[in-house]
Design a protein around this ligand. Structure first.
Ligand SMILES: [Zn+2]
Ligand SMILES: [Zn+2]
Length: 546
């Protein structure tokens, strides 16, 4: 089976925060799981490096667009790497392969007759001397009267045309923009209305999409799809490859989603593979993103693929809800965020992965609090998982001189482990990461009880056979945990395999026990609970500095 996994493209305009990781982490869990299962995985993403916010930032800092994009792209790469993300290709939208491929897509859509020219009125700021991208026109939502951006109202989720806003202002300078005429290409979305309705209904019946994606997509389709502009008067981005459109750019929202395909093309080219193996009707594809990105993956990207006649429509949509921070909405402008480069300096990446999976915002918003984070590390990751590994292996090191007793493994536990692979695999494939890791941790708690009840520290003195059976069973559990948890906690699992001298086998029960342990070391360190107050203080202070 070929499995394409597309992680959403973070915008190279500022550092990553935990909200990004909460949305993107299911992608890496899927990639690791499917690879372990032996499927042919292609996991792609990249930095979104085009668009106006970057050029504004470059102007403010008196530097170039490329310098800003380079800075954050490099930082993203390092963060993803330290978090253990296993992208096959993590590229960027200012790469020339992406520009060329997107221009080809544009020309193909034109050739297929789905693009048409239209003269329109658009907001132009005479202070900044430029047409304003939709997001840079702000005003009052005509639907719910909340303050809204020109592309979308966050309050009522209506997709907007910036000219519909009341009391329009320019986001860059705050002045009222004027309305000027310009010519643009439009994409004929309305043509795909029926096809998209069938597409979402089928996904919904088969339960392949998150419920939030099904609901929101059905709502958009009920409202009816308007044709939308696919070019813009923008300072940077991908040039429109048509005479008479010099200086205009392909609009970011069609260009960035096309990155899943252009990155696949580039990876295939670099690795001598046939890209169509991941882009056909049989291939499975997962799209991983936060709920604010749903329509791009369930309406816009499928409609573009339909217009291209390209096979490989999204099959699975994994769209997490939001992560809040200490019960407040994350806000980069108010600096109310935990920044990934910061948290990685002091904490184990597995602790972050564990917390954001067991508390994943899968069906509703979830909260990150420093108290919960540190307690979940100390009591679950360390107290349950690492403790089970450590007490077993330490005991064998001490009482059996590192030799693993080659005794018979408890039958009922063997059965539990076999069932666990099936159950956890099903959850992961359905995008239910929280239930998957909960099932494993329930089993770990049972395993700790088993160790307590069997009392190997007593039986070692008077019932050596029983003691050996207990320890053989515990090592059997540990070597299987090192596989079952590999998609979630790759760093701890790697340490276990080093201690056992084993390697990853597949998504299947491993029965043969290792014979001798290497050096036994703790999997994780305890975190001092004093850190809770320290971190809260840091957070408050940082948000006041704005
Ligand atoms: Zn609204
Ligand atoms: Zn302005």
């Amino acid at each position: 089976m070929n499995v394409l996994i597309g992680g959403a493209w973070p915008y190279a305009n500022g550092s990553l925060h935990l909200g990004h990781v909460a949305a993107l982490l299911p992608g890496d869990i899927l990639a690791r799981y499917y690879r372990l299962k032996g499927e042919r995985v292609l996991y792609v993403s990249g930095s979104d490096c085009n668009g106006t916010p970057i050029s504004i930032r470059a102007n403010q800092e008196n530097t170039t667009v490329t310098a800003i994009a380079d800075r954050y792209h490099t930082e993203f790469l390092q963060c993803f790497n330290e978090l253990g993300f296993t992208y096959d290709l993590y590229t960027r939208t200012d790469a020339s392969h992406h520009h060329k491929a997107v221009q080809n897509i544009f020309l193909k859509l034109l050739e297929n007759g789905f693009l048409f020219k239209k003269r329109i009125e658009q907001a132009y700021c005479t202070v900044d001397n430029q047409f304003l991208p939709d997001r840079f026109v702000e005003g009052t939502c005509p639907n719910c009267r909340a303050k809204a951006r020109g592309d979308q109202c966050d309050n009522c989720s209506t997709i907007l045309d910036p000219l519909d806003l009341k009391d329009k202002t320019c986001k860059i300078c705050g002045n009222e923009p004027e309305i000027r005429e310009t010519e643009h290409y439009y994409y004929e979305f309305s043509h795909f209305q029926q096809q998209l309705e069938n597409f979402v209904n089928e996904a919904s019946i088969e339960g392949r999409w998150r419920e939030n994606a099904v609901q929101l997509t059905k709502r958009y389709l009920t409202e009816g799809l308007p044709d939308r502009a696919v070019t813009r008067d923008l300072p940077n981005g991908i040039s429109v490859p048509v005479d008479g459109f010099e200086g205009k750019k392909i609009y970011v929202w069609i260009e960035a989603v096309a990155g899943y395909y252009t990155a696949s093309l580039e990876w295939a080219k670099q690795n001598g593979k046939d890209v169509s193996e991941w882009w056909n009707e049989e291939a499975v594809s997962y799209y991983i993103h936060g709920k604010d990105n749903i329509p791009f993956h369930t309406v816009i990207w499928p409609a573009i693929l339909m217009g291209l006649g390209q096979e490989g429509l999204p099959t699975h949509i994994v769209s997490n809800e939001y992560l809040t921070l200490e019960k407040r909405k994350l806000s980069t402008s108010q600096n109310w965020a935990v920044w990934v480069p910061e948290i990685l300096k002091d904490y184990d990446p597995d602790s972050i992965r564990y917390f954001l999976t067991i508390n994943a915002p899968e069906n509703r918003d979830a909260d990150f609090s420093w108290r919960e984070f540190i307690y979940s590390h100390n009591s679950e990751l360390l107290g349950a998982f690492a403790n089970f590994v450590n007490r077993t292996l330490k005991f064998i090191a001490k009482s059996f001189n590192h030799k693993v007793p080659q005794a018979k493994v408890n039958n009922s536990i063997k059965l539990d482990v076999e069932n666990l692979y099936a159950k956890v695999g099903e959850h992961i494939e359905s995008g239910e990461m929280k239930q998957a890791i909960e099932a494993i941790f329930n089993f770990i708690r049972t395993s700790n009880r088993y160790f307590d009840e069997e009392q190997p520290w007593t039986t070692v003195n008077n019932q050596i056979e029983k003691c050996e059976e207990t320890l053989a069973t515990c090592v059997y559990i540990i070597q299987n945990l090192a596989q079952l948890l590999h998609p979630f906690l790759p760093f701890g699992c790697k340490k276990i395999r080093q201690m056992l001298g084993t390697s990853l086998n597949g998504w299947d029960e491993v029965a043969d026990l290792p014979t001798e342990l290497n050096n036994v070391e703790p999997l994780y360190e305890r975190i001092d609970v004093k850190k809770i107050e320290e971190e809260l203080q840091k957070l408050e202070e940082a948000s006041k500095r704005i």
